[in-house]
Write a protein that binds this ligand. Structure first.
Ligand code: ZN
Length: 198
Protein backbone atom coordinates (compact mmCIF):
# COMPACT_ATOMS: atom_id res chain seq x y z
CA UNK A 1 0.00 0.00 0.00
CA UNK A 2 1.50 3.30 -1.11
CA UNK A 3 -0.45 5.38 1.36
CA UNK A 4 2.38 7.67 2.32
CA UNK A 5 3.22 8.87 -1.18
CA UNK A 6 1.42 11.76 -2.85
CA UNK A 7 0.62 10.66 -6.42
CA UNK A 8 -0.49 12.82 -9.30
CA UNK A 9 -3.81 13.54 -11.02
CA UNK A 10 -6.71 11.34 -10.05
CA UNK A 11 -10.28 11.98 -8.92
CA UNK A 12 -10.72 11.83 -5.17
CA UNK A 13 -13.32 9.23 -4.12
CA UNK A 14 -14.76 11.62 -1.50
CA UNK A 15 -14.94 14.84 -3.47
CA UNK A 16 -18.45 14.36 -4.87
CA UNK A 17 -19.04 17.93 -5.94
CA UNK A 18 -16.49 19.91 -7.83
CA UNK A 19 -14.37 16.88 -8.54
CA UNK A 20 -11.14 17.76 -10.32
CA UNK A 21 -7.94 15.94 -11.05
CA UNK A 22 -5.84 16.25 -7.94
CA UNK A 23 -2.75 14.97 -6.23
CA UNK A 24 -3.91 12.03 -4.19
CA UNK A 25 -2.97 9.36 -1.62
CA UNK A 26 -3.83 5.76 -2.44
CA UNK A 27 -5.30 4.29 0.75
CA UNK A 28 -7.06 0.86 0.75
CA UNK A 29 -7.15 0.99 -3.04
CA UNK A 30 -9.10 4.26 -3.03
CA UNK A 31 -7.68 7.60 -4.09
CA UNK A 32 -8.07 10.36 -1.49
CA UNK A 33 -7.17 14.01 -1.99
CA UNK A 34 -4.98 15.62 0.69
CA UNK A 35 -7.93 17.16 2.55
CA UNK A 36 -10.04 14.05 2.60
CA UNK A 37 -7.11 11.83 3.53
CA UNK A 38 -6.37 13.96 6.59
CA UNK A 39 -10.06 14.32 7.47
CA UNK A 40 -10.69 10.58 7.32
CA UNK A 41 -7.46 9.11 8.60
CA UNK A 42 -5.87 11.68 10.92
CA UNK A 43 -7.47 10.20 14.02
CA UNK A 44 -5.99 6.78 13.23
CA UNK A 45 -2.62 8.26 12.39
CA UNK A 46 -2.52 10.04 15.75
CA UNK A 47 -3.37 6.81 17.59
CA UNK A 48 -0.68 4.88 15.69
CA UNK A 49 1.91 7.59 16.41
CA UNK A 50 0.90 7.64 20.06
CA UNK A 51 1.45 3.89 20.35
CA UNK A 52 4.73 4.09 18.50
CA UNK A 53 5.99 6.79 20.89
CA UNK A 54 4.92 4.67 23.84
CA UNK A 55 6.70 1.66 22.34
CA UNK A 56 9.88 3.69 21.81
CA UNK A 57 9.77 4.97 25.38
CA UNK A 58 9.15 1.51 26.82
CA UNK A 59 12.09 0.14 24.85
CA UNK A 60 14.37 2.67 26.53
CA UNK A 61 12.90 1.86 29.92
CA UNK A 62 13.54 -1.85 29.38
CA UNK A 63 17.22 -1.12 28.74
CA UNK A 64 17.30 1.30 31.66
CA UNK A 65 15.86 -1.29 34.04
CA UNK A 66 18.59 -3.78 33.20
CA UNK A 67 21.37 -1.31 34.00
CA UNK A 68 23.17 -1.41 37.35
CA UNK A 69 21.96 1.05 39.97
CA UNK A 70 24.89 3.44 39.71
CA UNK A 71 24.42 3.89 35.95
CA UNK A 72 20.69 4.39 36.45
CA UNK A 73 21.48 7.07 38.98
CA UNK A 74 23.83 8.80 36.55
CA UNK A 75 21.22 8.87 33.77
CA UNK A 76 18.58 10.19 36.13
CA UNK A 77 20.93 12.85 37.40
CA UNK A 78 21.76 13.96 33.86
CA UNK A 79 18.08 14.23 32.86
CA UNK A 80 17.19 16.18 36.00
CA UNK A 81 20.24 18.38 35.64
CA UNK A 82 19.34 19.41 32.09
CA UNK A 83 15.77 20.06 33.05
CA UNK A 84 16.53 21.94 36.25
CA UNK A 85 19.37 24.06 34.91
CA UNK A 86 17.25 25.09 31.97
CA UNK A 87 14.50 26.21 34.36
CA UNK A 88 16.98 27.94 36.64
CA UNK A 89 18.65 29.82 33.77
CA UNK A 90 15.32 31.00 32.46
CA UNK A 91 14.30 32.22 35.87
CA UNK A 92 17.61 33.99 36.46
CA UNK A 93 17.41 35.72 33.10
CA UNK A 94 13.87 36.80 33.86
CA UNK A 95 14.89 38.29 37.22
CA UNK A 96 17.89 40.12 35.79
CA UNK A 97 15.99 41.57 32.85
CA UNK A 98 13.27 42.68 35.22
CA UNK A 99 15.84 44.47 37.35
CA UNK A 100 17.44 46.09 34.33
CA UNK A 101 14.22 47.97 33.51
CA UNK A 102 15.49 50.76 35.80
CA UNK A 103 17.82 51.70 32.94
CA UNK A 104 14.93 52.84 30.75
CA UNK A 105 11.78 52.96 32.92
CA UNK A 106 12.81 54.94 35.99
CA UNK A 107 13.13 58.69 36.05
CA UNK A 108 16.21 58.57 38.23
CA UNK A 109 18.90 56.01 38.92
CA UNK A 110 21.75 56.03 41.36
CA UNK A 111 25.32 55.05 40.61
CA UNK A 112 25.05 52.17 43.09
CA UNK A 113 22.04 50.77 41.24
CA UNK A 114 24.04 50.82 38.02
CA UNK A 115 26.98 49.11 39.73
CA UNK A 116 24.72 46.40 41.15
CA UNK A 117 23.13 45.85 37.78
CA UNK A 118 26.42 45.45 35.96
CA UNK A 119 27.71 43.16 38.68
CA UNK A 120 24.73 40.93 37.91
CA UNK A 121 25.30 41.09 34.14
CA UNK A 122 28.89 40.10 34.63
CA UNK A 123 28.18 37.34 37.14
CA UNK A 124 25.37 35.73 35.16
CA UNK A 125 26.78 36.50 31.74
CA UNK A 126 26.23 32.95 30.46
CA UNK A 127 22.58 32.81 31.43
CA UNK A 128 21.57 35.99 29.60
CA UNK A 129 20.60 35.94 25.96
CA UNK A 130 23.06 37.57 23.57
CA UNK A 131 20.60 40.18 22.30
CA UNK A 132 20.15 41.51 25.84
CA UNK A 133 23.88 41.43 26.46
CA UNK A 134 24.43 43.51 23.35
CA UNK A 135 21.99 46.10 24.62
CA UNK A 136 23.67 46.23 28.04
CA UNK A 137 27.00 46.53 26.29
CA UNK A 138 25.84 49.59 24.34
CA UNK A 139 24.38 51.10 27.52
CA UNK A 140 27.59 50.28 29.36
CA UNK A 141 29.66 52.19 26.84
CA UNK A 142 27.44 55.23 27.28
CA UNK A 143 27.56 55.02 31.08
CA UNK A 144 31.30 54.58 30.95
CA UNK A 145 31.64 57.87 29.12
CA UNK A 146 29.67 59.55 31.89
CA UNK A 147 31.93 57.98 34.53
CA UNK A 148 35.06 59.12 32.71
CA UNK A 149 33.76 62.66 32.51
CA UNK A 150 33.29 62.69 36.31
CA UNK A 151 36.64 61.03 36.95
CA UNK A 152 38.54 63.17 34.46
CA UNK A 153 36.73 66.53 34.26
CA UNK A 154 39.40 67.90 31.92
CA UNK A 155 38.20 65.50 29.18
CA UNK A 156 37.50 67.61 26.17
CA UNK A 157 35.03 65.44 24.27
CA UNK A 158 31.68 64.87 25.90
CA UNK A 159 28.25 64.46 24.37
CA UNK A 160 25.03 64.68 26.31
CA UNK A 161 22.80 61.62 26.37
CA UNK A 162 19.21 61.56 27.76
CA UNK A 163 20.38 58.71 29.96
CA UNK A 164 22.75 61.01 31.86
CA UNK A 165 19.90 63.27 32.93
CA UNK A 166 18.39 60.34 34.82
CA UNK A 167 21.46 59.71 36.95
CA UNK A 168 20.90 61.05 40.43
CA UNK A 169 23.61 63.64 41.03
CA UNK A 170 23.47 63.31 44.79
CA UNK A 171 24.40 59.65 44.53
CA UNK A 172 27.69 60.51 42.84
CA UNK A 173 30.89 60.26 44.80
CA UNK A 174 34.43 59.70 43.64
CA UNK A 175 34.52 56.25 45.23
CA UNK A 176 31.34 54.85 43.75
CA UNK A 177 32.03 56.31 40.31
CA UNK A 178 35.44 54.69 40.35
CA UNK A 179 33.88 51.40 41.46
CA UNK A 180 31.09 51.61 38.89
CA UNK A 181 33.56 52.36 36.12
CA UNK A 182 35.59 49.28 37.04
CA UNK A 183 32.53 47.03 37.10
CA UNK A 184 31.25 48.22 33.72
CA UNK A 185 34.74 47.95 32.29
CA UNK A 186 34.95 44.31 33.34
CA UNK A 187 31.64 43.61 31.68
CA UNK A 188 32.63 45.40 28.46
CA UNK A 189 35.96 43.59 28.22
CA UNK A 190 34.30 40.25 28.90
CA UNK A 191 31.61 40.95 26.32
CA UNK A 192 34.16 41.86 23.62
CA UNK A 193 36.24 38.80 24.49
CA UNK A 194 33.24 36.49 24.32
CA UNK A 195 31.79 37.91 21.12
CA UNK A 196 35.16 37.44 19.43
CA UNK A 197 35.11 33.76 20.37
CA UNK A 198 31.57 33.11 19.12
ZN1 ZN B 1 -11.41 14.73 -1.69
Amino acid sequence: MKSNILLKNKYCCKCLHNNKLKNYFMINNHPYCYNHASLTFNKYIIIIQKFYRAYKCKRYIKIYKKLPADLQYKIKEKINYNHNTYKLYNKLQYIIINKSTILYNNDSITIDQISNLYTLFYKYFNTIHLSYLKYYFMMGKKLQLFNYKILYPELYYFYMDPLYLKIDEESISFDNIYNCSNIINNFIIYYIHRSNIN
